[in-house]
Design a protein around this ligand. Structure first.
Ligand SMILES: Nc1ncnc2c1ncn2[C@@H]1O[C@H](COP(=O)(O)OP(=O)(O)OP(=O)(O)O)[C@@H](O)[C@H]1O
Ligand SMILES: [Mg+2]
Length: 510
């Protein structure tokens, strides 16, 4: 009969959107004091499922039970009253409010009818301490990086005394150190009896943190297995086939240098960065978060200015801080922040895919809309974008499928030099291989690819050469054959050997 340790149970949940059945009969149970992983491909229905539990998007049919009693979760308030807290794939904080205000949004402690700021901030401080976040409660949320935003979300969940904590891909944007901290926190919540629903595409996290796994495929729950299940078995359950080779890099002949960066410097951000990428080559950039990798990529693409140095494409110097010049020269950038920079959320998939091509086509005066639509259809199919159709708005695609559209846009634009910044963040293991195969096709056709990634196995598996950045400088370069995790990490954490910086002892005095 019913499991006395079961906090939450869903039975036969269905949810349809125009053109897609997102959930088509999901069963799932969460126990007290367990971490239950939801595993499934991009678009399988994981986020939709948790939105039915958080009140954000009530199911069309099916039952939700809390402590064995059927409940209705039609709003965030209902979920809150039931002790269900959710941390979404996209955060829900208000940037212009303070950390304390965000934690207690709509529930601020009051005194004499006024918000009791002193108490609110003191309570917030205690919660921040519990999650190990060292920021002042009066800090504006706008000023926080992603890892800290997430900790604020968790503090908020704690303030609600949640018994069920749902986390949608919390580690997708965290560094390994931050992941370690998050795991410690999740384990302590589990020890307190909280039930945690955890979504991730990083299979190694499952055995490390999870207790049980429910596999979702095409909107259905297709299996429940222990978290100790071997990874290849998990993959088979998830994608319905096994993956032979995670990094299928083929190395074509290297051609002429397409991109040459010389002495690029932006004061205080990166210094004297020089490298080249040849036709047919994938050059990886590894390094710790904050090493300056994204900043260099943005400067090369013309999105940000620099103070010294040159960027050349096929020997021609590009005007600095000029995206148009970069586009015309054939540089493309898949940015790390897809929502902010990569997509127009309220435009259709076809429109998003056509953005760059449209731009160059309209400059010529003629737009072949039909041809463009057909090309968009081909690339969406090639990338296996899960959608109701090319007219679906980017906003309603699943997270991983949004990322595929951003990449597809540049594939269509026929970029000769493609810069990928964290290209497979939030992408499922099967779709990753599809993206790697496209990288192979691009380089086989003579394009140059510069790939920034914090996923070390990916950098090592797909790059022909690896540049390692540390503290705004290139700390070293490794050939594919000599690039190992250890070699990369020791360069990434080491202090730069070139130039003398203020790290050396300050002159005495005073
Ligand atoms: N508001 C909406 N309107 C239309 N379709 C939607 C909406 N929300 C979700 N969908 C569709 O439902 C399906 C499931 O999406 P969901 O976001 O649940 O996937 P997911 O498993 O979380 O994937 P990912 O791993 O990429 O985050 C997708 O096909 C998506 O396009
Ligand atoms: Mg999702």
């Amino acid at each position: 009969m019913s499991d006395p340790d079961e906090l939450l149970r869903v039975e036969g949940i269905r949810k349809a959107f125009p053109g897609v059945v997102a959930l088509d009969g999901v069963d799932f149970g969460l126990r007290r004091g367990e971490v239950h992983v939801l595993l499934g491909e991009n678009g399988a229905g994981k986020s939709t499922l948790i939105k039915t539990l958080s009140g954000a998007s009530p199911p069309d049919s099916g039952r939700i039970l809390v402590d064995g009693t059927e409940v209705r979760v039609r709003s965030a308030r209902d979920a809150e009253a039931l002790g269900i807290a959710t941390i979404y794939q996209e955060f829900n904080l208000v940037p212009d409010l303070t950390v304390a205000e965000n934690i207690f949004l709509g529930r601020q402690p009051r005194r004499f009818g006024m918000v009791d700021r002193g108490r609110m901030e003191a309570d917030a401080e205690a919660l921040l301490k519990r999650v190990g976040l060292d920021v002042h409660p009066r800090t504006r949320v706008r000023e926080l990086g992603i890892a800290r935003l997430q900790m604020v979300e968790i503090a908020k969940a704690l303030s609600l005394d949640a018994r069920v904590l749902i986390m949608d891909e919390p580690t997708a944007v965290l560094t390994s150190e931050e992941v370690g901290r998050l795991f410690t926190l999740v384990r302590s919540l589990r020890a307190d009896g909280v039930g945690i629903v955890f979504i991730t595409h990083h299979l190694d996290e499952i055995a490390a943190l999870g207790d049980r796994v429910t596999v979702i495929r095409d909107g259905r729950s297709v299996g429940r297995v222990p978290a100790s299940t071997p990874e290849d078995e998990l993959v088979r359950l998830m994608v319905g086939r096994s993956i032979e080779q995670q990094y299928p890099r083929e190395r074509p002949e290297r051609g002429e240098p397409l991109l040459a960066v010389e002495g690029l410097t932006r004061d205080g951000v990166f210094h004297d960065v020089s490298f080249e990428v040849r036709a047919g080559e994938v050059v990886g950039i590894a390094g710790l978060v904050g090493a300056g990798r994204t900043e260099v990529a943005r400067a090369v693409f013309g999105a940000d200015p620099y103070d010294a140095g040159t960027v050349k494409v096929r020997g021609t110097v590009l005007r600095r801080h000029d995206v148009d010049a970069a586009l015309t020269a054939g540089i493309g950038l898949v940015p790390e922040d897809r929502k902010g920079q990569g997509l127009v959320l309220d435009a259709s998939v076809a429109e998003n895919l056509g953005l760059v091509t449209l731009r160059s086509a309209s400059r010529g005066g003629l737009v072949d809309r039909k041809g463009q639509h057909a090309a968009a259809g081909r690339i969406a199919e090639r990338l296996n974008v899960r959608m109701a159709g090319l007219g679906q708005h980017a906003r309603t695609l699943s997270g991983g499928n949004q990322q595929k559209v951003v990449i597809g846009k540049w594939l269509l634009a026929d970029a000769r030099v493609l810069i990928l910044d964290e290209p497979t963040r939030g992408i499922d293991v099967g779709a990753k291989v599809e993206i790697y195969q496209l990288v192979n096709e691009l380089t086989a056709a003579g394009a140059a690819v510069l790939m920034i990634s914090s996923d070390l196995p990916e950098v090592l598996g797909m790059s022909d050469r690896v540049l390692v950045m540390a503290q705004g400088r290139i700390a070293g370069e490794l050939d594919a054959a000599e690039a190992t995790q250890d070699a990369v990490m020791s360069l990434a954490v080491g202090t730069p050997t070139i130039g003398t910086s203020s790290e050396t002892e300050a002159p005495g005095g005073h």
